[in-house]
Design a protein around this ligand. Structure first.
Ligand SMILES: [Zn+2]
Length: 79
C-alpha cells in the first residue's frame, strides 16, 4: 500500500480505504473516490487487479480529514 493506507470496516458493514486519515469509498471496481466527494473534493485512488495495492493516488483534499474511532470490536465509527 502507498502511504499509510489501510482498509477499515465501518459499523454499517461498509468498507473504506483510509489514507493518512482521509477515507475513500468504492466508486466502481478498482476506483475509489474521497468520501466527501459530494463537497467537490477531487481526491481518488485506484487499486491493482487484486484490489490489495494502491497503484495510483491523488490525496489532495479541500477539507479536513474525517475523524473515525476504532471500537473494541475492530469496527470504525465516524465521530
Ligand atoms: Zn477529500
Amino acid at each position: 500500500m502507498l502511504g499509510n493506507a489501510k482498509f477499515i470496516l465501518l459499523g454499517n458493514n461498509k468498507t473504506l480505504i483510509m489514507v493518512d486519515n482521509y477515507t475513500f469509498s468504492q466508486h466502481k471496481h478498482r476506483y475509489y473516490y474521497c468520501s466527501q466527494r459530494f463537497k467537490g473534493c477531487q481526491a481518488k485512488l485506484k487499486l491493482d487487479q487484486n484490489k490489495t495495492q494502491i497503484v495510483s493516488l491523488c490525496n489532495e483534499h479541500n477539507h479536513d480529514p474525517p475523524v473515525y474511532k476504532q471500537m473494541d470490536s475492530g469496527l470504525y465509527f465516524k465521530i
